[in-house]
Design a protein around this ligand. Structure first.
Ligand code: NDP
Ligand code: MN
Length: 382
């Protein structure tokens, strides 16, 4: 038995936020967002105006930090319990959307603890109190369509990818005008996150006939549009917003692999953005996994027109193409070049790799891996 789950509705295009006006039959909406980017861009006001036009009272919960903490999640859940919304609208990058998903769980089930929902597919039933609307402002995590929420425990510096189809949003709104305000570096990092989602989904053990075409189309669109988007071509940036969402539809169902296991465990410890960790790790991960699924990487390389006639040549071409892409996006290729010292690595490598082996993303990786090999993959990217 297998399952494929997506949000019920997806609205997309310029000014798709206005679709909120048509959300009828609800009374109260809480808006969850990050720092100030959505306010500065005017998108928060548009969201509030549209919800008011739909006849709703609104409350704002702002200040979700990048890589949100367990504390922020419980603060938001408390605000929801006091206000009693029947709609949760999360607007911003992956961080506020992920945080809002976890707040939603503890709003609906105040009796639960973080430990109760840490393991994949152990969430209680939602939607007794509220529906969930996600409006992404970055083009990477695709949290608007995924069954995941990544929450960081800062007491241990571990990122937990919470996973359950129950937290897949009900409505995703891809307003292509929002990512236009992203600075270049954010565009590069989030774009590489999306590429990693699509490539990992295409080779993951839970891949299917439903996820394959989404992943492949996302990969080819990202190779076509990411550099132009990075260089300020806003039409390419709009297409990237759609492409990252296709990647999200694929990986939410096909799951991911060890690039994400290591990104989750190195991100907080080394203080490097999630997408940047993926960009650094992806070439080494393709090399490690190629022993198990070289023909799949070759299919990707062929689909995007890379040179080579054997599967080995095509896989090497893919690794080179990823490195080339990183270079054109101004992303330094190693942890060392991103400021991680030998001392910091040595002090943490055992814990990082032990935790990465236990990360849920490892179980869908195409090639099994132990702690020793995880260290080798990490060191290749160092
Ligand atoms: P964040 O949500 O962490 O945002 C990073 C920064 O970008 C913030 O400072 C934010 O500012 C700013 N920002 C966001 N959108 C814009 C915009 N349009 N214009 C200008 N600035 C903007 O970034 P990501 O989207 O990369 O999310 C990363 C998080 O998502 C990580 O915790 C990662 O682990 C997780 N993740 C989740 C997945 C999932 O399936 N749920 C998959 C992959 C990653 P401000 O705070 O002011 O809004
Ligand atoms: Mn990711």
């Amino acid at each position: 038995m297998a399952r494929f789950t997506l949000p019920r509705d997806l609205y997309y295009g310029d000014h798709a936020i206005d679709e909120l006006k048509n959300l009828k039959g609800y009374k109260k909406a809480i808006i969850v967002t990050g720092g100030s980017s959505m306010k500065r861009g005017g998108f928060l006001q548009q969201t509030e105006d549209a919800l008011h036009a739909a006849g709703m009272e609104t409350m704002l919960f702002e200040g979700v930090e990048p890589d949100p903490s367990i504390e922020t999640v419980f603060k938001g859940a408390k605000a929801m319990q006091e206000f009693g919304p029947d709609v949760i609208v999360a607007i911003g990058g992956g961080s506020p959307i992920d945080a809002a998903k976890a707040m939603w769980v503890f709003y609906e089930h105040p009796e639960k603890t973080f430990d109760d929902i840490k393991d994949p597919f152990t969430m209680p039933r939602l939607r007794e109190k509220a529906i969930f609307v996600a409006i992404p402002s970055t083009s990477g995590t695709a949290s608007e369509v995924t069954a995941f929420s990544v929450i960081t425990d800062y007491s241990t510096n571990i990122k937990y990818p919470l996973a359950d189809f129950e937290i897949t949003p009900d409505i995703a709104i891809l307003d292509t005008s929002i990512p236009q305000t992203m600075p270049k570096k954010l565009t590069a990092h989030t774009g590489m996150d999306a590429l990693t989602h699509a490539i990992e989904a295409y080779v993951a053990t839970a891949r299917s006939s439903f996820s394959d075409p989404l992943a492949l189309k996302a990969i080819s669109d990202i190779f076509d549009d990411l550099i132009d988007s990075y260089n300020g071509d806003m039409e390419a940036r709009g297409r990237m917003h759609i492409a990252q969402c296709l990647a999200g539809m694929a990986f939410s169902n096909a799951l991911l692999g060890i690039a994400h296991s290591l990104a989750h465990k190195t991100g907080a410890v080394f203080d490097i953005p999630h997408g940047c960790c993926n960009a650094i790790l992806l070439p080494s991960v393709i090399q490690y996994n190629s022993r198990a699924c070289m023909e799949r990487y070759a299919q990707i390389a062929r689909a995007i027109g890379l040179p080579g006639s054997t599967d080995k040549q095509l896989t090497d071409s893919l690794v080179n193409a990823v490195r080339e892409l990183n270079k054109k996006l101004g992303i330094a290729q190693t942890y060392r070049e991103n400021g991680v010292t030998e001392e910091l690595l040595n002090a943490n490598i055992d814990k990082i790799c032990e935790n990465a082996v236990k990360d849920p993303c490892t179980s869908s990786n195409p090639r099994p891996i132990d702690v020793e090999n995880m260290k080798k993959v990490l060191l290749c990217a160092f």
